[in-house]
Design a protein around this ligand. Structure first.
Ligand code: SAM
Length: 296
């Protein structure tokens, strides 16, 4: 493969901070991301933000095909050069947050379960992850480089400072594991923070399977919640953590989730003390609580 750094220089490409362009310059790290994503020769991969194509090229060698979605169309000549030897790469210039990935997958790969691999732009890490999870795409796994601090929040345990709405959203849809921590100097330019690669293995029924095995419409997750119940669960979780220093009772009542007496009763039913804070509740606790507080 042609050296991405050299090609960037030849094209006089100036990296754009506004797009979170911190490119990986270390070959060992790139290989390790591909290893941790457990890419097999039959896998179809989606990459978000190929940049100069360094990770894309490694993925193209390991996988059957790569669909790479990049917002910055001025990278087109660079990518065409770095990836000229790889015929199994499809480049799409679009904003991943606006682009209809679901429709693309339905039309192009109706019978496949995909793997997402990316060194994400840090300014929109959470919206990208939430899009991938909430749209119930046919994904097997998501392996992404993110800020270390965000990775810690994704796999936190109840009770700690990192535990919150993001942790619970991830736990609902996937099993998360930090597989690698990386220092700033492997990026061009180096970011101010430590980074980590996190692997999310999607739960069997929290993703739409390929067309062959579509789930019954109302059932969206391992927890057998309807779409309405799922939305309500995340409203309850959102309210609990918006004022995380308050007791759960006050936080939920202040946000109008239910009146105090109802919340007291619901907490009692699931054997939780009245003065508990949201950060102490597991996902299963929140599911039970949200069912008890459901408005008909
Ligand atoms: N994959 C390359 C690497 O590892 O060296 C580049 C990673 S860089 C951290 C993030 C990439 O995402 C940049 O190329 C940036 O232009 C692109 N990007 C930023 N916002 C995006 C968006 N909304 N949709 C698609 N790509 C985006």
């Amino acid at each position: 493969m042609k050296d991405a750094k050299k090609i960037l220089q030849e094209h006089g490409f100036v990296l754009k901070k506004k797009f979170g362009q911190n490119f990986i310059t270390n070959d060992t790290v790139l290989m390790e991301i591909v290893n941790q994503a457990q890419i097999q020769p039959d896998d179809r991969v989606i990459e978000i933000g190929p940049g100069a194509g360094a990770l894309t090229a490694k993925l193209a060698i390991a996988a059957k095909s790569v669909t790479a979605i990049e917002i910055d169309s001025t990278l087109q000549p660079v990518l065409e050069e770095t990836l000229q030897d790889y015929k199994n790469v499809e480049l799409i210039f679009a904003d991943i947050l606006k682009w209809d990935l679901k429709k693309y997958l339905e039309q192009k790969y109706p019978a496949e379960n995909m793997k997402v691999v990316a060194n994400l732009p840090y300014y929109i890490t959470t919206p990208i992850i939430m899009k991938l999870l909430e749209e119930k795409l046919p994904l097997q796994s998501i392996t992404i480089m993110v800020q270390k601090e965000v990775a810690d929040r994704m796999q936190a345990q109840p009770g700690g400072k990192d535990y919150g709405a993001l942790t619970l959203a991830i736990a609902y849809y996937a099993k998360a594991k930090i597989v690698m921590t990386v220092p700033p100097h492997i990026f061009l330019p180096p970011p101010k923070v430590m980074s980590a690669v996190i692997h999310l293995q999607l739960k069997q029924s929290s993703r739409q399977q390929s067309k062959m095995a579509v789930l019954p419409e109302a059932v969206n997750s391992n927890f057998n919640l309807s779409e309405k119940q799922e939305k309500w669960l995340f409203q309850v979780i959102g309210a609990a953590f918006e004022q995380r220093r308050k007791t759960l009772l006050n936080a939920l009542a202040n946000k109008g989730i239910a009146d105090k007496e109802q919340i007291r009763q619901a907490l009692g039913t699931i054997d939780l003390p009245e003065n508990i804070r949201g950060e102490r509740l597991s996902l299963e606790d929140f599911i039970q609580l949200s069912k008890l507080l459901a408005k008909n």
